[in-house]
Design a protein around this ligand. Sequence first.
Ligand code: SF4
Length: 440
Amino acid sequence: MKKINTPKIGFVSLGCAKALVDSERIITQLRAEGYEIVPTYQEADLVIINTCGFINEAIQESLDTIEEALIENGKVIVTGCLGARKVTILENYPTVLAITGPHAYQEVMEAVHKNLPAPHDPVADLIPKQGIKLTPPHYAYLKISEGCSHHCSYCIIPELRGPLVSRPIGEILHEAENLVEAGVKELLVISQDTGAYGSDINFKNDFYLGKTLKTDLFNLAEQLSQFNSWIRLHYLYPYKSIDNILPLMAENKILPYLDIPFQHSNKRILNLMQRPASGEDNLKRIETWRKMCPDMTIRSTFIVGFPGETDQEFEELLTFLKEAQLDRVGCFKYSHVKGAKANDLPNYIPETIKEERLAQFMQVQAEISANKLAKKIGKTIEVMIDEVNEDHLVGRSKADAPEVDGNVFIEGKYNRIPGDIISVTVDQADEYDLFGRVAE
Ligand code: SF4
């Protein structure tokens, strides 16, 4: 039976998958110490907000959430990327109890202990070996490093999260093993710069189950492929070393899915953005990858309206998009982020032009995406079920990451559970999603 005096914490997790992993670690620790996590401000003795500080919209959302929590509850601890900007928060909300930066688990716990002491009777045995996950039970994010050692001119993440720090390969593999044992069917490998994994520690050796392993992405991916789970890699840059992991994708050991944020195609703009691997001929790289692994899905993101982007440079980007025939694409309008070097660049692009460019870009990509998905009609594909409804299932193919890509909709009532993998024959497609039936 629940104890009346169990200290209760409300937790709001904002931002990207990397922030979500930070939230999971804090919540795991809170639960291990006997705190209860509650879903409303009213039930909570104290609220923790894990904030995002990446773009202006995200900063505003974080500030609004702090304000809401202060009004509704009054006792608020702020952590995460925006927490690195203490002054901004204190200027707006001087009554917050404590502010810490990202991945500062220890400091968050200290602030909690100070303001809401832990119960005398911790219920550590109630914590599952894999920790507390905020994702559905059948998939989980696996964070392999913290921080980033690049200096993209529009980004302040290195300032907020520090330089790249890779986790030991053995520790990651143990975590993956626990997750798979607990029923996870898909591991999503994340970091700020997945391809650079191990470079900060000179790819030094570590141990897993008595085996010596070099800390690099190939070894990590190969070891992960032995678990009974889909393995999806996110946030790779077009480094030459990426070619090494392509055979693992071609052999279906890990998902044939490359998530590579190109951001632009024009060399001058890429130089102004100070992007990693900006000197690569990306169309050639894409051709090579597709030769090595014909079933490859390539996902990317782009920024339009970067300061000084001319009409011609934008046209070049559209031409690149048409030639690259990428499978999944996200696009953002450039916006200033407080503290980013790109703010000082001349020729800021007016909002109306940025809007037009974004619409044009998305129109071009929507046609590409529709054509590519139409080619799947009549084919039978493997689908992981995410949702079971009364009259239909919602799932994803190997080409679709959760949250960011498309879905596969299957009409009918089936006795299935999330995480099941079934064969589906595709009957219809639109710009983003597929519609099909369970294969005979
Ligand atoms: S690679 Fe660039 S955009 Fe990505 S986190 Fe590092 S600095 Fe930011």
